[in-house]
Design a binder for this molecule. Structure first.
Ligand code: GLN
Length: 540
């Protein structure tokens, strides 16, 4: 049976449970173990697909087309294990399954209750789809003490009782503040948080203490004493300068060693930290900066374009430059300001998006990038906007638009009627907004003599999608005649996947989201190439 590691958080949110779980995942995988990382989210949405990025940050899309929590992105980037639909669950999904079953009469007249029905369903999720994994790391969203996370905590308590305490390890991540006024590190919030956890019946085996500075031995002893945790298992995590240092820092703090010790396993080999040291060095030492503008609706929230920010940083790592993201809010971008706002940027990126607000600003910025020959990358909605810009200004179709935004436009972009998934035809006309898009991995064929083929160095690619609209393929000849090439297309020749401008040093639009597949240790070729072009852009 796999060993289960449950990660909970206490005191405050945003302590980096995701990053800690991901780093531990890397350290174990690097020693040759098979690892899965999963996330349980206590909110009532069935999945984050319909949640605003303002509220919850980006929606991360998996190969198998699940719209999941952005923490799964961290896990993938650090461990290079592709997450699956079965790796993320929410309270909403659990209740929705239970209520469906109840309506079908599946509970045979019984009263349906949180214990045992909800907790049983959570326990099913924890074990589902696990075959020969050595370790399953399960992160529980939220903070201990929240009403919402109680059923999850109860379920993991039961799980360890059902499966044997020696098969379940509890890690609790807390915050250890430093009080400037008294020049002291305070352990009380950690003590209280562990007390809360113990009142639910969970005794943590390892406490990870997030702190701004190193925690002196005396305070660590205190945490050990009050929390009933072996001193060797009181592990500190001091703020790192770049997230790529996290696996190194957790290794130095012996997190993986203590985890293996708990399960009475001998380490097979030392984890390979060389690649992390190398990129940490590059990130901290590179002096040269390249300014990249991201023009979108959600730029004010740091996590709204998490994978994209990361992928750009990875592109910077492969070109040994720092990326300075110039975040521009699209709805505030007026034509008159374009020149001044984009004056110092060497690359323009329009990310994925939904809805009309801010689209005219994006279209204007694309026009500027096209005319000034500034490297441009349009992702999904960004590509669709680039098609509209070209249709209006070059093909002179004044009413060119997207039927997502305007019913009376000339639809250069229209609803995808149907698509082919593994030989099956899927209709895109479902009126539900949740879970009805073309989601997950789909292939594209790349055209000969295209920039994109040169970048990927391959005839076909497979990338993750999340869209409901597509470029109108019937306009292909019209566009191509004027120098906009359809350089990638679905294998059945029906759905345009990539466009590029011939008469431009670097102008590419993609219908998919390459950012989800970029890794710090393996930067995505599209981002490396985009940053390379931006690096050599001389501005005039
Ligand atoms: N709103 C557009 C569509 O549904 C683009 C989606 C996106 O950018 N992810 O096709």
């Amino acid at each position: 049976m796999a060993r289960y590691i449950f990660v909970t958080g206490g005191v405050v949110s945003s302590l980096g449970k995701g990053l800690s779980s991901a780093s531990l995942g890397y350290l174990l995988r690097s020693q040759g173990y098979k690892v899965r990382i999963r996330k349980m989210d206590p909110y009532l949405n069935v999945d984050p697909g319909t949640m605003s990025p303002f509220q919850h940050g980006e929606v991360f899309v998996t190969d198998d087309g699940a719209e999941t929590d952005l923490d799964l992105g961290h896990y993938e980037r650090f461990t290079n294990i592709s997450a699956k639909q079965s790796d993320n669950i929410t309270t909403g999904r659990i209740y929705s399954d239970i209520i469906k079953k109840e309506r079908r009469g599946g509970y045979l007249g019984k009263t349906v209750q949180v214990i045992p029905h909800v907790t049983d369903r959570i326990k099913e999720f924890i074990k589902k789809d696990i075959t020969n994994e050595d370790f399953v790391i399960c992160e529980i969203g939220g903070t201990v003490g929240d009403i919402e996370s109680l059923p999850f905590l109860e379920a993991i308590r039961q799980f360890s009782n059902d499966n044997g305490r020696s098969k379940s390890l509890f890690i609790h991540l807390t915050f250890v503040p430093f009080l400037k006024s008294s020049d002291e590190i305070k352990t009380k919030p950690t003590q209280h948080s562990v007390k809360e956890l113990r009142s639910i019946g969970i005794q943590p085996d390892i406490v990870i203490c997030r702190s701004q500075q190193s925690i002196p031995l005396d305070q660590r002893r205190k945490i050990s004493l009050f929390c009933n945790v072996d001193i060797a298992n009181v592990i500190e995590t001091v703020d790192v300068k770049t997230i790529y240092e996290a696996p190194i820092s957790f290794f130095n703090q012996k997190l993986d060693k203590q985890v293996l010790k708990f399960f009475k396993i001998k380490s097979r080999k030392r984890p390979n930290l060389q690649p992390w040291k190398k990129i940490t060095n590059i990130v901290l030492k590179t002096g040269r900066t390249v300014n990249i503008a991201i023009i979108g609706k959600y730029v004010n929230l740091k996590d709204a374009y998490k994978s994209l920010d990361e992928a750009l940083t990875h592109g910077g790592i492969s070109n040994k430059v720092k990326i300075n993201l110039v975040r521009i809010e699209s709805d505030k971008l007026r034509s008159k300001q374009i020149k001044s706002k984009l004056k110092n940027v060497s690359g323009i990126l329009i990310p994925g998006g939904f809805g009309k607000r801010g689209t005219e600003g994006k279209i204007e910025a694309i026009r500027y990038a096209r005319k000034r020959k500034i490297p441009f990358l349009g992702i999904c909605f960004g590509m669709q906007m680039a098609m509209i810009e070209f249709a209006r200004n070059i093909l002179k179709i004044k009413k060119a638009g997207s039927s997502e935004l305007d019913n009376n436009c000339f639809p250069v972009i229209g609803l995808i009627e149907e698509w082919n998934k593994d030989g099956k035809i899927i209709k895109g006309t479902d009126k539900n907004l949740g879970g009805t898009m073309r989601l997950g991995l789909y292939e594209a064929k790349l055209r000969n003599n295209s920039a994109i083929k040169n970048i990927y160095k391959s005839n076909t690619i497979s990338e993750r999608h999340r869209h409901r609209y597509e470029v109108n393929i019937n306009l292909m000849q019209k566009f191509e005649k004027k120098g906009l090439m359809f350089s990638g297309i679905s294998p059945d020749n029906k759905l345009p996947e990539i466009i590029e401008l011939k008469n431009h040093p670097w102008f590419i639009g993609v219908q998919f989201h390459p950012e989800f597949k970029s890794r710090p240790l393996n930067p995505h070729p599209l981002f490396s190439s985009f940053i390379k072009a931006a690096k050599s852009f001389n501005g005039k």
